[in-house]
Design a protein around this ligand. Structure first.
Ligand SMILES: [Zn+2]
Length: 421
């Protein structure tokens, strides 16, 4: 049994929409006030304020005249906002994330989380606390038989669409698989597999992206604060939503297929690259897709009892010959294929994917940390996170000054380990 979120669109009545908008506003306010209180306590008095303390603050705020309106919405989403802040701080103190930032009215995701005490689930109808009518959910796919949600998250995206996500227990049927595969993230093709298969971007993406650029230019021409500007912004948000929806759908199909076919999947940790600020649109989009893809692989491999290996980012996957292990001197990005001294000609990305697979298999043979340790995929991670996993095993021989023309250098990192064939 695994916990699984099922997300649906819904169409609120005008009253429900107003009530939810008010709830989102209160959630944001409580989150920001608690963040401010915690920041001040630390900077002024070097005191750490924990979740319980912020919870007591919330109770006090509700009693004041100017914040009495907090009582008008369900109290659970407000408490959950404090819990989310606590998680953000825990991640910050563990050096997994940056310092929490204030939620913005325009930029932040509008959402509210309800636990079982704050909603009613009866005969497949969901009613939130303080409401009489159930939500008008469009059941685009059925919930698992007999499922009953333990947490409900309501949100609205920047294109104005409403979503409800239901966290349910679901049964996963074990399906045996024997395959092993290495995956390389690319720019030209979305992903390249060690089998030689190249997976391209979703079909409509190029056209959608052109439409996005057009909508953005149009927005830039509109006068600030005008009604036309608001309209143009919504147009941009809609195109954006279409792109991310199609991409997510594409990545879900891919990750499901890979997990179904393979027992072991090896990917590269691109955290360091992702941390760099990037103004290249294509690169930014591909990085976002990669993060999303990795998260999907993480939970799907967990569900199906598969092994996901994340090889470290120092590994020179593009420069290493996957046939003989020789290391090429330089490999600028425009080089799409190259021939090694051993006369093997490589497609750059396929070669990288093969190296990633071999590296991953040697990690398993060495008994290194196999499953990546990431408690929450929602939080941004710093590159420090993955390091303790493998102290030296991933350092290829050439870094230690050994003969790079010897046996494949990745094997040198494995003390007495025998590589699986
Ligand atoms: Zn070679």
């Amino acid at each position: 049994m695994v916990k699984r979120a099922f997300k649906y669109r819904f169409y609120p009545s005008p009253e429900q929409a107003a009530e939810l908008a008010r709830t989102f506003g209160c959630v944001r306010l409580v989150y920001n006030m608690a963040l401010q209180a915690r920041t001040e306590a630390w900077t002024l008095r070097q005191e750490r304020v924990n979740y319980n303390a912020t919870s007591a603050m919330l109770t006090a705020w509700k009693k004041t005249e100017e914040l009495a309106f907090l009582n008008e919405v369900s109290s659970v989403p407000l408490q959950q906002a404090l819990r989310h802040l606590q998680v953000a701080f825990t991640n910050f103190f563990a050096k997994r994330a940056r310092y929490p930032t204030f939620k913005s009215r325009k930029r932040s995701r509008r959402s509210a989380e309800y636990t079982t005490s704050a909603f009613r689930w009866r005969d497949g109808r969901l009613t939130l606390a303080k409401r009489d009518a159930p939500l008008g959910i469009v059941w685009s796919r059925p919930l698992p038989e007999g499922a009953s949600p333990s947490t409900v998250t309501v949100s609205q995206d920047s294109a104005g669409r409403w979503f409800v996500s239901l966290l349910c227990e679901d049964r996963v049927e074990p399906v045996p698989a024997t395959g092993v595969v290495g995956v390389d993230a690319g720019l030209d093709s979305l992903l390249t597999l060690s089998t030689g298969e190249k997976i391209t971007n979703p079909k409509h993406e190029r056209r959608d992206r052109a439409a996005l650029a057009r909508a953005q230019r149009n927005l830039a021409r509109k006068e600030k604060g005008s009604a036309n500007r608001a309209k143009a912004r919504l147009k941009v948000a809609r195109v954006h939503a279409r792109i991310t929806d199609r991409r997510r759908d594409h990545l879900h199909k891919l990750s499901t297929r890979l997990v179904r076919e393979n027992q072991t999947i090896v990917i590269e940790d691109l955290t360091a690259r992702n941390m760099l600020r990037n103004h290249n649109l294509a690169r930014a989009v591909s990085d976002a897709a990669w993060r999303q893809f990795r998260t999907m692989l993480e939970y799907k491999t967990e569900w199906h009892g598969r092994t996901l290996v994340v090889v470290d980012r120092w590994f020179p996957s593009s420069k290493l010959c996957s046939a003989c292990g020789a290391l090429a001197a330089r490999m600028p990005l425009h080089v799409r294929s190259w021939t090694c001294r051993c006369r093997q000609t490589h497609d750059r990305d396929v070669n990288a994917a093969r190296n990633i697979l071999a590296e991953g298999l040697s990690v398993i043979a060495c008994g290194g940390g196999v499953r990546p340790q990431r408690e929450s995929s929602r939080t941004r991670r710093s590159p420090m996170k993955q390091e303790p996993q493998r102290a030296t095993a991933g350092i290829p021989a050439f870094r230690r000054g050994e003969d790079v023309n010897g046996p494949p250098s990745r094997r040198a990192g494995c003390p007495g380990g025998v590589l699986p064939a």
